[in-house]
Design a protein around this ligand. Structure first.
Ligand SMILES: NC(=O)c1ccc[n+]([C@@H]2O[C@H](COP(=O)([O-])OP(=O)(O)OC[C@H]3O[C@@H](n4cnc5c(N)ncnc54)[C@H](OP(=O)(O)O)[C@@H]3O)[C@@H](O)[C@H]2O)c1
Length: 256
């Protein structure tokens, strides 16, 4: 399938010029990347990864016709869920947690050898419907990989969207924001660590996927911009009770 770019109209070019993402930090090498979910996080990653020179396809729930503006701005190619991951070397899944359970039924096909990224956080009641397994403490990304029937790497779930949009800086800049990354495949993590560096961030290896609870919601590394040292410290201070408390707080807020 043609991964050619979509031409930009004058107003979308203007908006692109206003965008906070700085193109001088990029050194792209043209991978095929699929982004499933083109909301706040998926949209920011679309902007970064196209600017870094990658061939990006995007899909959402409402269909490719609703992605024309993001496509015109970035050159990403709107797609259906059924086609978005075709030939992709990396597939980034950035939807609400309950949508993960529906993606395969809705037509998403993941190439066996693709690196699949889980950016997601479980936010019961306030946003997501409840899943008993998650409520009982199953690690979110283990649950996600079962829904997707594909191993995943967990990353991008901790960074606030504003920092993802505009916090990227060249490697070596003091205080560069770092992202914890967990997964069972060293090769998959290495691919993502390289991409993360290309878009302006450091990465800290947070271990295998069974260790990924240390970067779930409510933990010290969650929803905060930390440098690599801060992420390492935060990971050691994580406790499962922090995620439980975070969820309970938002359930209470939603139920009030
Ligand atoms: N916002 C943050 O600061 C932040 C930071 C880190 C991680 N995260 C996590 O990253 C994930 C995405 O967050 P977000 O803030 O980007 O969410 P968002 O702005 O609400 O975007 C969600 C995207 O998922 C798509 N989607 C929903 N159901 C789908 C389905 N069944 N099939 C295909 N696409 C579907 C939506 O498509 P439509 O637009 O067509 O409905 C939308 O493009 C969440 O799990 C969140 O917890 C968020």
């Amino acid at each position: 399938m043609d991964r050619g770019s979509v031409s930009a109209s004058a107003d979308t070019v203007e908006r692109a010029e206003e965008a906070t993402i700085e193109s001088d930090i990029y050194e792209g090498n043209g991978m095929n990347i699929a982004i499933v979910g083109a909301g706040k996080i998926g949209g920011a990653l679309t902007r970064h990864l196209t600017a870094a020179g990658h061939h990006v396809r995007i899909a959402n729930r409402r269909g490719p016709q609703t992605l024309a503006e993001l496509a015109a701005e970035t050159g990403a190619v709107p797609s259906t869920l059924a086609e978005v991951a075709e030939d992709a070397q990396v597939v980034i899944v950035s939807v609400t947690m309950d949508a993960i359970a529906e993606l395969r039924m809705a037509g998403l096909v993941l190439p066996d050898d693709a690196v699949v990224v889980d950016t997601n956080n479980y936010a019961p009641v306030i946003r997501d419907r409840r899943f008993e397994e998650l409520d009982n403490g199953v690690i979110e990304s283990r649950w996600a990989e079962r829904q997707l029937a594909h191993p995943v790497v967990k990353v991008f779930n901790t960074i606030p969207v504003a920092d993802l949009r505009s916090g990227g800086v060249p490697a070596g800049t003091p205080g560069r924001i770092a992202l914890p990354i967990a997964g069972d495949s060293p090769a998959a993590k290495a691919t993502m660590i390289d991409l993360i560096d290309q878009i302006g961030f450091d990465a800290v290896d947070a271990g295998g996927l069974d260790d990924s609870w240390r970067q779930q919601s409510g933990t010290p590394v969650f929803a905060v911009a930390l440098d690599a040292e801060g992420v390492r410290k935060g990971l050691t201070e994580a406790h499962p009770a922090q995620t439980k408390a975070w969820r309970a707080h938002w359930v209470e807020v939603a139920s009030a």
